[in-house]
Write a protein that binds this ligand. Sequence first.
Ligand code: ADQ
Length: 492
Amino acid sequence: RAILHGDLRGEDVIVVSNREPYIHQYRRADGGIEVQRPASGLVTALEPVMRACSGVWIATGSGSADRAVVDANDRVAVPPERPSYQLRRIWLSPEEEAGYYYGFANEGLWPLCHIAHVRPTFRSGDWAHYLAANRRFAEAVVREAKTDDPIVLVQDYHFALLPRMIHESLPDATVITFWHIPWPNPESFAICPWALEILNGLLGSNILGFHTQFHCNNFVDTVDRLIEARVDRETFTVSQGGKLTAVRRYPISIAWPPVEDMVGKPVADCRHDVRAGNGLPPGQLIGIGVDRLDYTKGIIERFLAVERLFELNPQRIGQFTFIQIAAPSRSSIDEYRHHEEAVNALAARINARFSGPAPAILLKVEHHEAARVYEYYRAAEVCFVGSLHDGMNLVAKEFVAARDDERGVLVLSQFTGAARELPEALVVNPYDVDQCAAALELALAMPPEEQGDRMRLMRRLISEFNVYRWAGRMLLDAALMRRRSKLPDNPV
Ligand code: ADQ
């Protein structure tokens, strides 16, 4: 935090992300405007940076009252209760959004980068929108820069072309790009008809960050295989046309300690309220899953594991309920709608087979307030993160942060970035239904001392490697790079 507050004062910092940190939703009856802060680790991590240096955050306007509050330059000061930095909104038409966001980013790059066996769809029309949207954000960065050497933090796969565009207009800018999803191997990445453009775009960054070393390796291998560039595996840098990009691992995390609102309610009250609120008996054993309703999250596989648990351990029927909280996501894409239907049908089939006095699966397709999500974490015996592939997965870390009682068991897919940091979880292969069912039973039967031993180790890691450290390490590396680049050339 000291880095964020001290070293950055006076720096010209710009963040670019697709989603905005504040959404002005609608005008209330009392004339005020309802503002939502989407539950997002990114905002938690980067807001202290923005506050420290009165920066500018550029994002797509998405709320129906967003236009009503901006000035002539499409800017509004945020946070609403204590304005300290500017939010600059970019307005995309429905066609631009369909092509750039739903099309190229989410039907192309998302399945391309995740091994979930969903075929990516690439359309030249979507690519044209992606290119144009990146261009519009680049123009906004140039307009918002107060100096010719700003620090620009580019977030995620929506903006692969942006780093190069910024570098061309502001060659002295320090561009730090963070790719929040996995990076595939070179053969998989080469499927993309615009693979070279994407790589050249990203290599406009001074620093390119991934959650795991494995994804850094895949990126460097992809560059080595597909384009003309010098790859140095000793320093993990790529140089192309005199431009150097450092490829680095920065595992994202969550705020620590967790905000008081999240863990203020006693565990016993959470246990009672979650059971009573869902019509479950007081002693019911509970498993919890929390995800966007996305095919990469392995919700189907988790339900199959719950079904297998009941087949193998009939004494658990009626005694155990798996509650899946699933936030609707990208539902204008066919693949997501089909997935939602499949999830619903499977829950119904398993419930028809295995519900006792209480249901086997409770599927709640809705967004919950963050404090409610934590209440579920605190009420559960087990949290099951079953992603088929996931850059990091913050749910795993949130569950651990929520358990200040040092109880509860995390069952965690080996295909998440989080599994590399939390080996004390019960790490499973989500495709192996029997193994997952066995892990669930092990979790339900685990003695409290062992739960505590595992939980304490995981809590220690997250308390140390929290989200401030994620942002701080990237910015420290960037600061060092900037100081080095200002030294005169070596005269000898
Ligand atoms: P996501 O794919 O969105 O993020 P994840 O890291 O699990 O995945 O974060 C999801 C967030 O949404 C969590 O904070 C969770 O609490 C919240 N959430 C999920 N379902 C919810 C619901 N029904 N109601 C309310 N909140 C809900 C991408 C990458 C990840 C990477 C993050 C951050 O895919 O791998 O960890 O970015 O880099």
